[in-house]
Design a protein around this ligand. Sequence first.
Ligand code: GRG
Length: 303
Amino acid sequence: MNFFDKETQLINDYLDTYFSQKVGSSSLTGQFKDPSALRLIESMRYSLFTGGKRFRPALALLTGEMLGVSNDRILPYACAVEMIHTYSLIHDDLPSMDDDNVRRGQPTNHMAFDEATALLAGDALLTEAFSIIAEKYANDGESGLKLVGELSRAAGAFGMIGGQVMDLAFERQQLKEQQREPLKDKGVSNIEALKEMQAQKTGELIRVSVTGAAILARVSEKKFQELSEFGALLGLSFQLADDLQDFNPKDPEASGYPRWIGVKETKALMKKTSEGAFKKLLPFGEKARRLSQIIEYNLNREI
Ligand code: GRG
């Protein structure tokens, strides 16, 4: 049994129903008489339902649980975050980016469909994410607008996309430098820039999985700040766990923290970051039990 089983089920059911209802009602307009329109939906569903861990939406649900907000209220936002995450993976795999043929043990979206469809499926998931928020929080005071602001900042040029751009630039730089000397022998002077890149590329979407739930719980500004810092620490620990799991010292193209600062140092940073995250949850007492387990989940993933 997986730690997120219950949340995963809720998220899968919600996304499945959402798409079925949309396609069902759109068919009334005749759009889905054209098989190419259905192919786009198939492509979106393909990546949404091929084995993602649902870490971000589950995190939003667990934060909501801690703050006393029902799953029903959090689910549309949680699924919007998962749609944006899914779009980012589809685009990240494209030939113009990482050019990957396999993700989660299955053909990547552009291999299963074609490049244009994959590009458009990513675009459509990004757009649909904001549509779902606008629709489901329309009668929820300022919450909808605040969620759009929070999520769009995190996913945009000053968040995830900005991080991706920095990453592409680093990769090119690293390739150039490798031709002269290995990066690790140079002491990696720009580690702060690498940290910033990762915080934006991976960390921001994880951070706003927490703060979106905080917006829906209408917490005080002070509590929001604390939760935002918790989300950022969790984002870093997620990245460190991912890097440690993926690291292969024999791969000359390997990147990530173990390559930049070493395996031992990455493990030490992971421990320090997790301790920082646990501390941020102390004021929430017993209510934070499952969120604390998510920190442990990351720590265990690393082993
Ligand atoms: C293309 C705009 C654009 C952005 C891409 C996040 C990202 C930016 C690319 C993903 C590259 C990558 C593998 C980063 C490492 C951390 C990470 C985000 C891993 C994937 O997230 P998981 O493990 O994925 O939650 P699953 O498969 O479980 O959904």
